[in-house]
Design a protein around this ligand. Structure first.
Ligand SMILES: Cc1ncc(C[n+]2csc(CCOP(=O)(O)OP(=O)(O)O)c2C)c(N)n1
Length: 321
């Protein structure tokens, strides 16, 4: 599928914002300027953007513990997200969620999740609503290769097929669950697991935005049109460790360099669109600089912002309908 110039610029803008956001979190966290616990998405940007570009505001996603990229791709405000990571009152969840529980229902971002394999069951509920009310929406649940071994994933895939729900399952396979290699812990094939449960299942090169975008279009269009659920098994790599502070002792220096130099989805995108004459280098560099500036402002504003007060502890405890 040929993407318009506007779409190509949107894709690169989003990927740059995700990259800059998580690069900034990497440095802020190392400088002890940020509280909590963070998992970064650098290296996996093509997955979030390639998928979320097909979603509208009423479609929903459920994320993982590595969720900043999903949030940005789904349209969450970058400054409000950064404030959330700093635990500030004006953060996207009032500073009470932090990185691993960040959510913005107004954007269809149902939440990051500290429970590995926790997103897909939530997606089932959303997708059942869409089917029952015939809204034409879809819901996307992200999970990792480690999470693929959780019962919640198998149960969700099975139920999605049984109920023929507009649910898309996206396994972002970066080869490791914490320090455990997929080869050691995942039996058989993740793709075949999807097929076994009756899902339209595809393996996708997650370093190639165009491959993700095309596969996602196919399964999302089908789900919207009542053709049922699907699985995308996205092969990707993460640049940083499992969590910030991880010494990455389970990968060699050469492997780390290869990920940065040869598997970087932004570099691959940039090479493709400039060599084919689809976009000018200067257009891409402008987006890179804009994202840098935007994230710099987000960090500055977050540092200046107020923390929640003691009184705020007593709000948002119980949901009100
Ligand atoms: C139910 C549950 N079990 C274990 C953990 C601890 N844990 C946090 S992240 C993680 C690894 C997840 O790996 P994967 O699903 O491949 O995602 P990745 O971190 O590679 O993106 C584990 C085991 C958890 N948070 N929840």
């Amino acid at each position: 599928m040929q993407l318009s110039r506007e779409d190509l610029l949107k894709a690169y803008k989003g990927m740059c914002e995700i990259r800059e956001f998580d690069d900034a979190v990497h440095y802020e966290f190392a400088a002890d300027a940020m509280p909590g616990f963070v998992h970064l998405y650098v290296g996996e940007e093509a997955s979030a953007m390639g998928i979320c570009m097909h979603l509208n505001e009423k479609d929903t996603i459920a994320s993982t513990h590595r969720g900043h990229g999903h949030c940005i791709a789904k349209g969450c405000d970058i400054t409000d997200m950064m404030k959330e990571l700093y635990g500030k009152k004006d953060g996207i969840c009032g500073g009470k969620g932090g990185s691993m529980h960040i959510a913005d229902l107004s954007k269809g971002m149902l939440g990051a999740n500290g429970i590995v394999g926790g997103g897909p069951p939530i997606v089932l509920g959303a997708a059942l609503t869409y089917k029952t009310k015939k809204t034409g929406n879809v819901s996307v649940g992200f999970f990792g290769d480690g999470a693929s071994n959780q019962g919640s994933i198998s149960e969700s895939m099975n139920m999605a097929t049984v109920l023929q729900l507009p649910a898309i399952f996206v396994c972002e396979d970066n080869g490791f669950a914490e320090s455990t290699a997929k080869e050691y812990a995942v039996g058989g094939s993740i793709l075949d697991r999807g097929k076994a449960f009756g899902l339209d299942s595809h393996e996708v090169d997650g370093n190639d935005f165009f491959a993700v975008h095309e596969a996602a279009k196919h399964v999302i269009d089908n789900a919207r049109n009542g053709k049922g659920p699907a699985l995308l098994h996205i092969k990707t790599s993460k640049v940083y460790g499992h969590f910030e502070g991880d010494a990455i002792s389970y990968r060699t220096k050469e492997e780390n360099e290869k990920i940065k130099n040869e598997e970087d989805p932004l570099k691959i995108f940039k090479k493709k669109v400039t060599e084919s004459g689809l976009l000018e280098l200067s257009q891409l560099e402008k987006l890179e600089n804009d994202a840098k500036e935007q994230v710099k402002i987000a960090v500055e504003e977050s540092k200046k912002a107020d923390f929640p007060t003691e009184k705020d502890l007593l709000t948002d405890v119980y949901i009100k309908y």
